[in-house]
Design a protein around this ligand. Structure first.
Ligand code: SAM
Ligand code: SF4
Length: 312
């Protein structure tokens, strides 16, 4: 058995959420008074390792650690140590960057070089408006430090009309000045974001049109299952767009998601999944097979669960 569904999509990548907790409260992700799951519900490090080992045998090559904020998971070090032993081709991390300075050495030791770091504003005040946190300086310092240390850094910006879209060209200049890739995400209709998404939505096409007024864009070729499409600006800024709302990429999706409490999902936008917690190897294998039939071909319009529970 390998993980190929009836539409020929091969599952090669896993987004592994380590916790739903976070030290920010980005307004599109969760409310200020968000309640988090009891840590007793988390998959234990060794169970994570076993599950990943089985998935690697079935063709999974890459794991991206996410959350919530993955660096808030108390056993992050142990989990990373365990999963770095199972022959994955790549382990990557998506983080809000606040705690990153404490982890540079550990990440390097375990060959975690690919860091997606979220930053929705280049200004302290607007960062605070969006994230309801005070950590702008530390995040910016950590982004620049990670780049300097040789990590492959991508800055993820959720672009929102009337909130940070006036900073769009500043982010492009940031990419040109620093050599750090910046990717612009369309705000998705997920959980807490659904209520304001219509008003805040700005499409990748609209942003690209704005950019074409000031620079020419050269397309960059990327693998078919890449979530972003990228360009180089005239001044060699690397920029990308993740147009999950306006240009869905379900036809080439190669990802499954495992939540901190052990629910394996075939799609970010589908609530149904299969709980793997406490199961034996054979039962898990049967569920992997079931999950292959659960990946939609047409993109669901929205989903009610919050992003931080599933792992973005
Ligand atoms: N806490 C980490 C971080 O912020 O990078 C990892 C988890 S976070 C859920 C992963 C990514 O999802 C972030 O880049 C965040 O901006 C993005 N995200 C969260 N909610 C979103 C939404 N409704 N639409 C688009 N992107 C969203
Ligand atoms: Fe936390 Fe990431 Fe959600 Fe922001 S997007 S609240 S940093 S989990």
């Amino acid at each position: 058995m390998s993980l190929i569904d009836s539409h020929g999509r091969r599952i090669k990548k896993l987004r592994l959420s380590l916790t739903d907790k976070c030290n920010l409260r980005c307004h599109y992700c969760m409310p200020l008074d968000q309640e988090f799951m009891d840590e007793k519900r988390y998959l234990a490090p060794l169970e994570i390792k076993e599950i990943l080992q089985e998935l690697v045998e079935l063709g999974v090559e890459e794991v991206r650690l996410t959350g919530g904020e993955p660096l808030m998971r108390k056993s992050f070090d142990l989990i990373l140590k365990e999963i770095s032993q199972i022959g994955l081709k790549k382990i990557a991390l998506t983080t809000n960057g606040i705690l990153l300075d404490q982890y540079f050495d550990l990440l390097k030791r375990h060959n975690v070089f690919s860091l997606n770091i979220s930053l929705d504003s280049l200004h302290k005040d607007n960062f605070k408006n969006i994230t309801r946190g005070l950590h702008f300086d530390r995040v910016m310092k950590n982004i620049l430090k990670a780049h300097e240390l040789g990590f492959q850094v991508k800055v993820n910006v959720v672009m929102m009309k009337g909130i940070n879209d006036h900073e769009f060209l500043d982010f492009v200049h940031f990419a040109e000045k620093t050599g750090i890739e910046v990717r612009f995400l369309e705000i998705m209709r997920i959980g807490h974001a659904c209520k304001d998404q219509n008003d805040q939505f700005i499409s990748a096409k609209e942003l690209i049109d704005r950019l074409k007024e000031v620079t020419t864009l050269s397309p960059v070729s990327l693998p078919l299952d890449s979530t972003s499409f990228n360009f180089l600006t005239e001044a060699k800024g690397q920029i990308g767009f993740i147009a999950s709302e306006s240009q869905a990429f379900c036809g080439h999706c190669s990802r499954w998601r495992l939540s901190a409490d052990g629910i394996l999902r075939a799609c970010l936008l589908k609530d149904d999944g299969r709980s793997l917690k406490g199961l034996d190897q054979q039962t898990r294998k049967n569920l992997f097979h079931e999950l292959l039939g659960m990946k939609p071909l047409m993109r669901p319009l929205e989903v009610s669960h919050d992003m931080n529970r599933i792992g973005g």
